[in-house]
Ligand binder design. Structure first.
Ligand code: B1M
Length: 210
């Protein structure tokens, strides 16, 4: 059995060239491509998620780690010979209408991708009908709404109401987040969950889809 701990450590440290070198060594050593991704690269990123959540790592370090993980994944993917990397589920994510903040939302998208989810990042300033149209088009298991303004967080309720009107609410879990959002607000508007940070959003999606 191949030992991926150095590869995971290189991801955690965001050492892109070392990640590439160790990924190549694992490939040359005959390690299973999927094991390289799951037990080496994603395993490292899971540690990053946990450290980010506990305040031991910060946004720039998370971004560097995610980029180094992506470099490794890009090397392994061609070896999967058309096999799909098993997806943890499909998540649509976007920032609601009137709100242009996207740094945190993009970080959530990145961490979800790193956690094995298929992510469709819809962008910013999205009216409820845009989310509903995207649910119809992409058929996700989860939809993630982000808002950073106290004025725009109310749009989240409109998205949920429109999903109900269109008969789609039972088909998709709705999670919400952003600086002004709380657990109480998520219960009040009938969301399925709230995550205060990107790593918790990954845990929440895993829990909702278990
Ligand atoms: Co604006 N802004 N901003 N801003 N901005 C805030 C949010 C504000 C708190 C600053 C302040 O006054 N102290 C304030 C909001 C006040 C309020 O509503 N109570 C504010 C304001 C007022 C404004 C403008 C109105 C300013 C103006 O023009 N007068 C304006 C509004 C524009 C608009 O959206 N219509 C505005 C504009 C901007 C910039 C464009 C300059 C820029 C955004 C750039 C961009 O995103 N591309 C900006 C920034 C950078 C900020 C602050 C400084 C930082 C936000 C950020 O990126 N944080 C912010 C102050 C602050 O929050 N300290 C502020 C880092 C990021 C990693 O954290 O986004 O919280 P965050 O995301 C976290 C979690 O919240 C969570 O996970 C992320 C990672 O851990 N999370 C989710 C986020 N989305 C999630 C979704 C999930 C789950 C978790 O599930 C789906």
């Amino acid at each position: 059995m191949y030992n991926f701990s150095d590869l995971s450590k290189a991801v955690i440290a965001g050492q892109e060239s070392k990640v590439k070198e160790l990924t190549q060594a694992a490939i040359n050593g005959g390690a299973e491509p999927l094991a390289i991704i799951n037990e080496g690269l994603i395993a490292g990123m899971n540690v990053v998620g946990a450290r980010f959540k506990s305040g031991e790592m910060f946004v720039p370090e998370v971004l560097v780690a995610a980029r180094s993980m992506g470099a490794g994944v890009a090397m392994v993917k061609p070896l999967l010979l058309g096999q799909e990397v098993p997806s943890s589920g499909k998540v649509l994510i976007g920032t609601v209408k009137g709100d242009l903040h996207d740094i945190g939302k993009n970080l959530v998208a990145l961490m979800l991708e790193s956690g094995g989810f298929d992510v469709v990042n819809l962008g910013i300033d999205l009216a409820p009908d845009k989310f509903v149209a995207a649910v119809k088009e992409y058929q996700p298991q989860v939809i993630g709404l982000s808002a950073l303004l106290t004025t725009t967080m109310l749009v989240m309720k409109d998205v949920i109401e429109l999903l109900k009107e269109e008969g789609l609410r039972d088909r998709v879990k709705v999670i919400i987040g952003g600086a002004p959002i709380s657990y109480d607000f998520s219960s009040e508007i009938g969301a399925d969950g709230f995550a205060p940070d990107a790593a918790t959003a990954v845990d929440l999606c895993r829990k909702l889809l278990a």
